[in-house]
Design a protein around this ligand. Structure first.
Ligand SMILES: CC(C)(COP(=O)(O)OP(=O)(O)OC[C@H]1O[C@@H](n2cnc3c(N)ncnc32)[C@H](O)[C@@H]1OP(=O)(O)O)[C@@H](O)C(=O)NCCC(=O)NCCS
Length: 180
């Protein structure tokens, strides 16, 4: 599958093995991984390459879609965005995103998320897209709310992450809300 989805500033594309050093370096930034892991520890090149291989295989099998987010002008990778746990029968998926710290606050996550919603609802014909966010992850909550996701529920003390308990907040957006 040769997907390249683009907007004004950014493009979404398949990850390639040369992205491994950017991903392993980004994963070492504590602000990026405070409330989510982008790859499994240890955040080294071997692990990043393994992760990239898996994303390529998943896309081939249409099991999941993890795309690199790149700045179109510079052809520079700035993060990734994914659909995981796709349920084909019920036409829904979970979405996740991270952006490398030096690019935060420029509206790039919003732009990437917009593109991914378009891909999910228009190309994959999903009915529902869901995000699970740890309750202290305020930036991510703001991001999903901005894009029209609604807070649907709180799973109390659902996740034990880095020696602390968190509530999982479930945000969702439906196809009909997106098309409105
Ligand atoms: C969440 C994350 C992707 C946002 O990336 P970003 O590129 O900085 O986001 P944007 O610049 O597109 O901003 C989107 C919205 O998020 C909110 N936001 C961004 N930076 C913010 C800040 N410093 N303070 C408060 N809200 C902020 C705002 O609502 C903003 O919309 P607005 O500019 O219209 O007000 C980024 O912080 C990140 O990678 N975090 C670590 C990984 C993570 O937690 N991912 C989510 C788990 S699913």
């Amino acid at each position: 599958m040769t997907t390249y989805i683009k907007s004004k500033k950014i493009g979404l594309r398949k990850l390639k093995s040369s992205d491994a050093s950017f991903i392993s370096n980004s994963a070492k930034n504590k602000d990026v991984t405070r409330y989510t892991h982008i790859i499994q520890q240890p955040f080294n090149l071997v692990r990043a390459k393994k992760f990239i291989k898996k994303t390529q295989q998943d896309i081939k099998e249409k099991m999941a879609y993890e795309f690199g987010i790149e700045l179109r002008e510079k052809k520079e990778l700035i993060g990734t965005i994914n659909f995981l746990n796709i349920n084909k029968k019920n036409k829904n998926s979970e979405i996740g995103i991270w952006i490398s710290k030096e690019y935060w606050g420029q509206g790039l996550a919003k732009e990437a998320l917009n593109l991914m919603l378009k891909f999910g609802f228009e190309k994959l014909k999903l009915e529902r897209i869901q995000a699970r966010v740890l309750h202290r992850n305020i930036l991510a909550q703001n991001l999903f709310k901005k894009l029209g996701f609604k807070l649907e529920g709180k799973l109390r003390r659902k996740t034990y992450f880095k020696n602390k308990w968190y509530d999982d907040l479930v945000y969702g957006i439906l196809r009909k809300e997106y098309l409105k």
